[in-house]
Ligand binder design. Structure first.
Ligand SMILES: [Zn+2]
Ligand SMILES: [Zn+2]
Length: 178
């Protein structure tokens, strides 16, 4: 079953235990990360692919979320293409059947349909990193001339020493002269 934005999974035959497994492919289109994620540019759809199973009333969703996106290295601004790949597992409960519904442990369904959009969006935000680096040891850019230190050095004067270190070095100079 392939679904997209606005389409819900019909769980009737699964809930009636006529089938025990319901595979699905959800294509969430036009995901817009919004402010705070200005550097994240999705490429294509976010995909949530998996299945829902009903094992004697124990209903569960197992899926994998993938989203390809372009972004920039937080230090050197190099363009990066990354893929978010997140396993998604949830127990499913029918609203009105649990004593305490004030819980994040379950994915609740109203009636006999499930909308995968809230789950997909939630998992994308949980999965997106706060910042990306082209590599762990990226050296970044010179703050004066913008030279990419991954490609070589520049001729800008060394950065001003930390004033606390300057005091310390004066102190040790004085003491070494005694
Ligand atoms: Zn970098
Ligand atoms: Zn420089």
């Amino acid at each position: 079953m392939i679904l997209t934005n606005g389409e819900k999974i019909d769980l009737r035959s699964l809930l009636a235990e006529e089938i025990t497994t319901l595979p699905f492919e959800y294509r969430y289109k036009n995901f817009n990360p919004g402010k705070g994620y200005a550097d994240i540019k999705p490429v294509g759809d976010a995909c949530l692919d998996g299945r829902i199973t009903n094992n004697a009333g124990y209903i569960r969703l197992d899926a994998v979320l993938t989203l390809q996106y372009r972004t920039a290295c937080a230090r050197c601004a190099a363009e990066l293409e990354r893929t978010l790949h997140v396993p998604v597992e949830r127990d499913i409960a029918i609203r009105g059947q649990l004593e305490d519904e004030d819980t994040d442990d379950y994915l609740f369904i109203d009636g006999e349909e499930l909308d995968l959009e809230p789950l997909t969006v939630e998992e994308i935000y949980l999965g997106l990193p706060m910042r990306e680096l082209c590599s762990e040891d990226c050296r970044g850019l010179c703050s004066k001339c913008g030279k990419n230190f991954n490609e070589g050095t520049c001729s800008c004067p060394e950065r001003e020493p930390d004033p606390r270190l300057a005091i310390l070095s004066k102190w040790s100079e004085k003491h070494s002269q005694q």
